[in-house]
Design a protein around this ligand. Structure first.
Ligand code: SAH
Length: 423
């Protein structure tokens, strides 16, 4: 089976020492830069490797799916996107069915997840008929945005490279407007549901190491022993990032911090506080406990993070405790809870049974059961993936609270995070 759960490795997994594409254009660019100005932070290296406009992994390769470098839940089974679509509809109902909502997806990959959600919205057309729905995709990769456009609109899109906000616009096969942006800040304000699936793990991290002389930042430099090879070094003194990101009470010896994730969560939280809505974040991660999780994937195998940059996906576990902190109380937060618990609460078992009953060939049956196992099995994606949500505070205030504060009745249920009592 492909390395779907992306096992954690040391600083770089098994080094790939041979094979084509070791000496990449991006490596040559980085070597020039390092020779000229010295070592760079891991964050800068990761940003170049993933999203360099000419040579980054997502810009050029972006190999999501069975034939690519890594597989994601929406690529495994349609059930995943359907249940997430239902989550948003359920929140829309819980918040009093506002007249319009924007569905904003960060890093939509091949557009499969959006497509599955759009199918749910279409099936619930009678419920949503008076609601003005629009889709807003935040994607930096020109290659992946083309794949998304093809998947969602059949390729009927208008490109507006001059437009400072939406660089592409189209209409979904089900008649819903879709716009593409490079940055969340370009998405117009308004009541919005935000979705980030395997997005935050792709954002650049800083790495810090505790030594006898205090904290040092891990940097990337040229290996003086091996020509054209990169290696990790420690900053000779404390860097500005060390002062900002390491808490005095930190007990770990190695820490990864993703400031860009913090900035994006702050933006989402402010937008939800001002205009209403909710955000759902799903990713593999931890709650401020893990240390070295930086790793690479190519052809579904671990790939040394410093070898042939631009040819492999680089990723680090999401620190949900940091995301919670960066919401800064502007919204309430829920989770992280394990994927298998979230999907169970969302009714994945019932959905599976319906699909099994409706299909009559054994190949489809097998595929449905395989997909269920990949998503739910604690040894596969069931335990290491987590769901985390931002919700307006009022969404979690019990309606009884105004009257009797000592009320024992539970909080209003939020789908996925607690078992749904109402059918
Ligand atoms: N959500 C999809 C794809 C995950 S891969 C799935 O689950 O299948 C990460 C996605 O984020 C890709 O679409 C990638 O191009 C995009 N991405 C990575 N860095 C980004 C950034 N800084 N801004 C916007 N999109 C980014």
């Amino acid at each position: 089976a492909p390395a779907a759960a992306r096992p954690s490795s040391g600083a770089g997994g098994e080094p790939e020492t041979e094979g084509p594409g070791r000496d990449t254009a991006l490596l040559r660019h980085l070597l020039l830069k390092l020779r000229a100005t010295g070592p760079v932070t891991v964050a800068e290296y990761m940003r170049e490797a993933l999203t360099n406009p000419g040579q980054g992994y997502y810009t050029r390769r972006g190999g999501i799916g069975e034939s690519g470098d890594f597989i994601t839940s929406p690529e495994i089974t349609q059930v995943f996107g359907e249940l997430i679509g239902i989550w948003f509809v359920s929140e829309w109902i819980a918040m009093g069915k506002p007249k319009a909502f924007q569905l904003v997806e960060l890093g939509p990959g091949r557009g499969t997840l959006t497509g599955d959600m759009l199918r749910v919205f279409n099936q619930l057309a009678s419920l949503l008929s008076k609601c003005d729905v629009s889709i807003h995709l935040v994607e930096v990769s020109p290659k992946l945005s083309k794949i998304q456009a093809l998947q969602l609109t059949g390729g009927k899109v208008q490109s507006n490279p001059e437009d400072n906000s939406a660089y592409m616009k189209g209409v979904s096969k089900t008649g819903i407007p879709i716009s593409w942006y490079r940055d969340i800040q370009d998405v117009p304000p308004g009541y919005s549901f935000y979705l980030a699936h395997e997005f935050f793990d792709a954002l650049p991290i800083h790495k810090f190491q505790r030594t006898e002389k205090g904290w040092h930042e891990v940097l990337v430099d040229i290996d003086p022993e091996v020509p054209d090879q990169l290696r990790f070094v420690l900053s000779p003194s404390r860097t500005p990032a060390t002062e900002i990101f390491i808490q005095p009470e930190e007990t770990r010896d190695h820490v990864e911090v993703c400031p860009e994730a913090g900035v994006i969560i702050q933006r989402l939280a402010s937008r939800i506080e001002e205009d209403g809505g909710a955000a759902l974040v799903a990713d593999y991660g931890h709650d401020g406990t893990k240390t070295d999780t930086f790793r690479g994937f190519r052809d579904h195998k671990l790939h040394d993070v410093l070898t042939a940059p631009g040819t492999a996906d680089l990723t680090a576990d999401v620190d949900f405790s940091y995301l919670r902190k960066m919401a800064q109380g502007r919204t309430a937060t829920l989770g992280p809870i394990k994927q298998r618990e979230f999907l169970k609460n969302m009714g994945i078992d019932v959905r599976l049974q319906v699909l099994l009953q409706n299909s009559h060939d054994t190949a489809t049956h097998k595929q449905l059961l395989h997909g269920y196992d990949m998503l739910m099995n604690p040894k596969k994606m069931g335990d290491c993936f987590n769901f985390f949500a931002l919700l307006p505070h009022h969404r979690l205030v019990h309606p009884d609270k105004k009257h009797k504060r000592e009320s024992k009745s539970p909080l209003p249920p939020v789908a996925g995070f607690s078992e749904l009592l109402m059918k």
